[in-house]
Each structure stands twice: as structure tokens, then as C-alpha cells.
Design a protein around this ligand. Structure first.
Ligand code: BTN
Length: 318
């Protein structure tokens, strides 16, 4: 109902009479009044003038589910989105929902996280109303050893979305750091539930710094607002990221990992560089020369031996 009211008021741009509005919604004037007040409580500025009706003055910078659904171009990704003003971590909530059978494409989004987590046990700072923090449930029909491709797919989708909305060229540092001018703008956390070799579900967690200013950025990181020198619509970015994730997911299903890797190369800054890798298994140094079809980074060490790294952190040597 709220979604419809906002849509009608947005379309009209001027005053829409109570009669017209309640008629279109098929509810009584009294019920309409309750919905209008509910929207006001959510932060919508709706003017009400006797004999004229209602006018939408401004919308709040919030990522309410019904706002996100409006104008969303996807078939399933983000079509069911569970919104929280605050949550410990969207990863845990999404995992619980997935365990209970939530459909592919279900998303959990929070305006802030009190225990947002990054890779390798790091903390993900999630200042309120500044960034995007969401987790998406996927149920791909792939084996566990091929699952890393999903992280690359998410990176590509974020870069494409930001290019489309803001015209900014972001970069990806393998496997999942989203960078701008060598500063971290976002990250992707992929958590997998698998049985034997078969993936049960994958949760992709996306954290993006959008409207952070220097006070809410940690050192070495940046935000889209900083890059553009203006406030950015979190809503537009979120909707486009959902869309690109869905498009690329279908490309992966239809054409296989190669198509995603080709796209990934366009944004990658890791290939051709001398790197040091730190993972729980090994410490390795050499040239990162390619990506394997499962998303693993191929590194040639100084003895000419090729190693494939599937997870870990890399440092550029020069
Ligand atoms: C990284 O770069 O280390 C990955 C960061 C991923 C952060 C996101 S924010 C939404 C989701 N919920 C979490 O607790 N983490 C991910």
C-alpha cells in the first residue's frame, strides 16, 4: 500500500485529492489518512491541504523495501528484501533465512550493522545511512570448488552498476576489494553452505561506502561521495547492483565462468603485478599472471612454478 501511495504521489508531482487517492487504492479516506501518517513517521514529508489533497514534498534517504521495489529492474534479485534499521550482521540473518528455505534472490539489508564483518575475521564499519550493507541468497547449481566465481561476479556487478549510475571507473583487487584511486570503496564477503561437494546456498555480502565523509571513513578507504564530490543516491546504486547481479548470474548460468572472468579482467588491477599472498595455507611471492576458470589467482613464482590461490590476501610488491 505504501509503495502505491508513493508511486501515485510521485507521478502526480502536484496535489492529489484524497478522493482520487483513496479511489485508486480502494480504501476509505480514514484508512488512507492512517497510511499517510505511517509514511510521515518513516520520514516522508507529505503536505496535506484541505480541498487540494496530498503532495509529496520529499522522500527520506532510506532504503525501505517498498522504495527499493519501485523501479527495480530485476525478476527475482532484491524482489524480496528484508529491511532493518539496525542489525548485528546481514550475513547471519540471510543465513538463517536460507536455512529456513528462503528463495534465491532474497536480500537482507541494514542501515547499520553492529557486528558487520569482513573477510579473514575483520570488522566491517557500517555507519548508519551512509553506505550499502546487504546480503543476497543464491542457490547456484555449481560444485564447491567452482564457488569462488560468485565473488568475482559480485565484484563485476558492483563496478558495472557504479559505472552506469555515476560514470565512475572502479577497480577490483583480487579477490574482492573494490577500489577507487587505490583506496578501498567496498568489499564482498562470500559465505557458503555446502554438503559434500554440492553447494546448498551462497550468501553474498556487499559493503559499499557511499555517502561517507572523512569522519565516517577509516584510513585507506574512500566513498562514492568523496569521489564525486556530491551526495550519491544509495537507492539508485542498490537497484542497479541488484540488476547487474541478476544479469551476470544469468550469464554465468548460460555461458559459464569464462564470460564472467572476461568481464572481471576489465576491472582487475591485480594481473601482471608482482604480489605477495598471505593465506592460512601459504605465503607466496610471484607474478599474478591470470585467473583460473574457478576464480583462483594464478601466480608464477621465481622458479617458474605456477600456484593457484583460491583465498587469502594479496600485497603488491611494486
Ligand atoms: C571485505 O572486504 O572484507 C568484505 C566486507 C563485506 C561487508 C558486508 S556488509 C554486508 C554484509 N554483512 C556483513 O557483516 N558483512 C557483509
Amino acid at each position: 500500500m505504501e509503495e502505491k501511495i508513493i508511486e501515485l504521489l510521485k507521478d502526480k508531482q502536484e496535489y492529489l485529492s484524497g478522493e482520487e487517492l483513496s479511489g485508486a487504492l480502494k480504501v476509505s479516506r480514514q484508512a488512507l489518512w492512517k497510511h499517510i501518517n505511517f509514511l510521515r513517521d518513516l520520514g516522508y514529508d507529505i503536505a496535506a491541504v484541505p480541498h487540494l489533497g496530498y503532495r509529496l514534498v520529499s522522500v527520506p534517504d532510506r532504503l525501505y523495501d517498498f522504495q527499493v521495489y519501485q523501479g527495480l529492474k530485476t525478476k527475482s534479485f532484491g524482489r524480496r528484501m528484508i529491511y532493518f534499521d539496525s542489525l548485528s550482521s546481514t550475513m547471519d540473518m540471510a543465513t538463517n533465512l536460507a536455512l529456513k528455505g528462503a528463495k534465491e534472490g532474497t536480500a537482507v539489508l541494514a542501515e547499520t550493522q553492529t557486528k558487520g564483518r569482513g573477510r579473514l575475521g575483520r570488522v566491517w564499519h557500517s555507519p548508519k545511512y551512509k553506505g550499502l550493507y546487504f546480503s543476497l541468497i543464491l542457490r547456484p547449481k555449481i560444485s564447491l570448488d567452482k564457488a569462488s566465481i560468485i565473488t568475482l561476479l559480485a565484484g563485476v556487478s558492483i563496478c558495472e552498476a557504479v559505472k552506469e549510475i555515476l560514470g565512475l571507473g572502479l577497480q577490483i583487487k583480487w579477490p574482492n576489494d573494490i577500489l577507487m584511486h587505490n583506496k578501498k570503496l567496498g568489499g564482498i564477503l562470500t559465505e557458503i553452505k555446502a554438503e559434500v561437494d554440492e553447494v546448498n546456498f551462497i550468501i553474498i555480502g556487499v559493503g559499499l561506502n557511499i555517502n561517507n565523509d572523512s569522519k565516517t571513513l577509516i584510513s585507506g578507504s574512500t566513498s562514492l561521495k568523496e569521489c564525486k564530490s556530491e551526495q550519491v543516491s544509495r537507492l539508485a546504486i542498490l537497484q542497479e547492483v541488484f540488476y547487474r547481479l541478476e544479469v551476470n548470474y544469468h550469464i554465468l548460468e548460460k555461458n559459464g565462468p569464462k564470460a564472467i572472468i572476461e568481464k572481471w579482467r576489465q576491472f582487475a588491477i591485480t594481473l601482471g603485478r608482482r604480489v605477495k599472498v598471505y593465506s592460512h595455507k601459504e605465503h607466496l611471492e610471484g607474478e599474478a599472471f591470470d585467473i583460473d576458470s574457478d576464480g583462483g589467482l594464478l601466480i608464477r613464482n621465481d622458479s617458474g612454478i605456477t600456484h593457484k590461490v583460491l583465498s587469502g590476501d594479496i600485497l603488491y610488491c611494486r
